[in-house]
Design a protein around this ligand. Structure first.
Ligand code: ADP
Length: 406
């Protein structure tokens, strides 16, 4: 597959495809004007159980809130042609669909930048499936469906691992025999598109922070943290897989690996059972026994829910200190993603553990989700909403226009 492509004004589809859901955002792009504007976004959820499409315009107006159960044959790829048709039906007539950009979880050790999808690249990405067996196949399936349905549509893959390629070997290496490291068992890091967005945002809007040592806490259903030194990733809490680091909605974060050996011997758990335990039954859900949703846990008054929240906060604070160590100090802290952007309570509790390093939140600013939420005397603490979709759109346009120029 080769593309000779001339990018004009039109629409760009950004897809984040999971095992039972697809999130999408459509942008208007005008490379001449260097403009990328969101038009509408939405998600297909519950695929395989009770598929449902919801979408809204960038203006906030609802565009869809409907059951797709009748069209649902059980898997995401089967529904994608319908979603593509729905998107095209809802495009303004003067904005043809020009390209698609995909979030791809793993780019392995070699893919350091977003890349045009070609048959060769797809082949390379398939070899990475064992590194991210729950996510990579879903991402690749979406790319293939689009290629089959719209072979004329250029597609770009943006990797969650790519941004972390600036890390030193001391951050990426596990203390295991070297031949295993050479076989790819190393720390890769994830949520790179989110960290890249935050780094670029700071460059433009907070240049003083951008030139310093910043820990970004991406706290959502999946959570990780990143040490950004002068805008480059030097360390991160997630490693080989998306399991390492802080406790998450249903994942435990760091565990003594001896536990896994014990579970295999004592409870005869095999790889599938361990995978299920670690990806779906642990974290906030496992500890609380109630929910993986931070809002639910904060609204409850039982000991187990309280303990889940306490664990999340102290472990996140400890991770912030650990990442500060990787940079030889800390000049600012940034919160982002679902919990980081919206939960004043969790931010306050995490920062409560960091008073000894000079973190002091302003209660009112924190309550208002303000941009800067710390007092004047404090180490600066900011809330910056992330936008991974926009990052993918920018990469897609950059790549396509660069090709055009070449
Ligand atoms: P994902 O990793 O799926 O992208 P998000 O970044 O959307 O996740 O974050 C989802 C998490 O954010 C959920 O645990 C949800 O409870 C939490 N969250 C969203 N809004 C709030 C809020 N106002 N208070 C506390 N938690 C919130």
């Amino acid at each position: 597959m080769t593309f000779s492509y001339s990018m004009k004004r039109g629409a760009l589809l950004v897809l984040n495809s999971g095992s039972s859901s697809v999130k999408f955002t459509v942008f208007e792009v005008d490379p001449g004007e260097e403009q990328i504007m969101p038009l509408f976004s939405g998600q297909l959820t519950g695929i395989g159980t009770d598929a449902h499409l919801s979408a809204k315009a960038a203006t906030g107006e609802r565009m869809a809130d409907e059951s797709w159960a009748e069209r649902d044959s059980g898997d995401v790829p089967a529904l994608l042609p319908s979603l593509l048709a729905w998107v095209e039906e809802h495009l303004p007539p003067d904005l043809p669909l020009l390209a698609a950009g995909h979030r791809v979880v793993h780019g392995g050790a070699n893919l350091r930048h977003p890349a045009m999808i070609t048959d060769h690249l797809l082949g390379e990405l398939e070899t990475l499936i064992p590194l991210a067996p729950l996510h990579e196949p879903q991402n690749l399936a979406a790319i293939k469906v689009l290629a089959d349905n719209r072979s004329d549509l250029p597609q770009v893959a943006c990797f969650d691992t790519a941004f972390h390629h600036t890390q030193p070997r001391t951050s990426t290496t596990y203390a295991i025999p070297r031949h295993l490291t050479d076989a790819g068992i190393r720390r890769y890091g994830f949520h790179g598109l989110s960290y890249e967005y935050i780094a670029r945002h700071m460059e433009t809007h907070l240049p003083q922070l951008a030139s310093g040592r910043v820990v970004v806490a991406h706290l959502g259903n999946g959570s990780s943290l990143c040490a950004l030194n002068r805008g480059a990733s030097v360390d991160t809490s997630m490693g080989f897989s998306v399991l390492e680091g802080v406790p998450m909605g249903t994942r435990p974060g760091n565990l003594d690996p001896g536990i896994l050996i014990y579970l295999m011997r004592k409870f005869e758990m095999d790889a599938d059972a361990l995978e299920h335990l670690l990806y779906h039954q642990s974290g906030l859900l496992g500890v609380s026994g109630v929910s993986n949703d931070m809002r639910v846990l904060l609204s409850r008054d039982d000991d187990n829910s309280r303990e889940a929240v306490d664990l999340f906060c102290i472990r996140t604070a400890k991770e912030i200190c650990s990442l500060a160590c990787s940079m030889g100090g800390l000049d600012a802290l940034v919160f982002t993603a679902g919990i980081g952007e919206h939960s004043a309570e969790i931010r306050a509790r995490i920062c409560g553990h960091l008073k000894w390093i000079g973190v002091d939140l302003d209660k009112d600013l924190n309550k208002d989700d303000a941009t800067r939420i710390s007092t004047a005397a404090s180490l600066p603490v900011h809330v910056i909403p992330t936008n991974e979709e926009l990052m993918i759109a920018r990469h897609t346009v950059d790549l396509l226009t660069m090709r055009n120029a070449a």
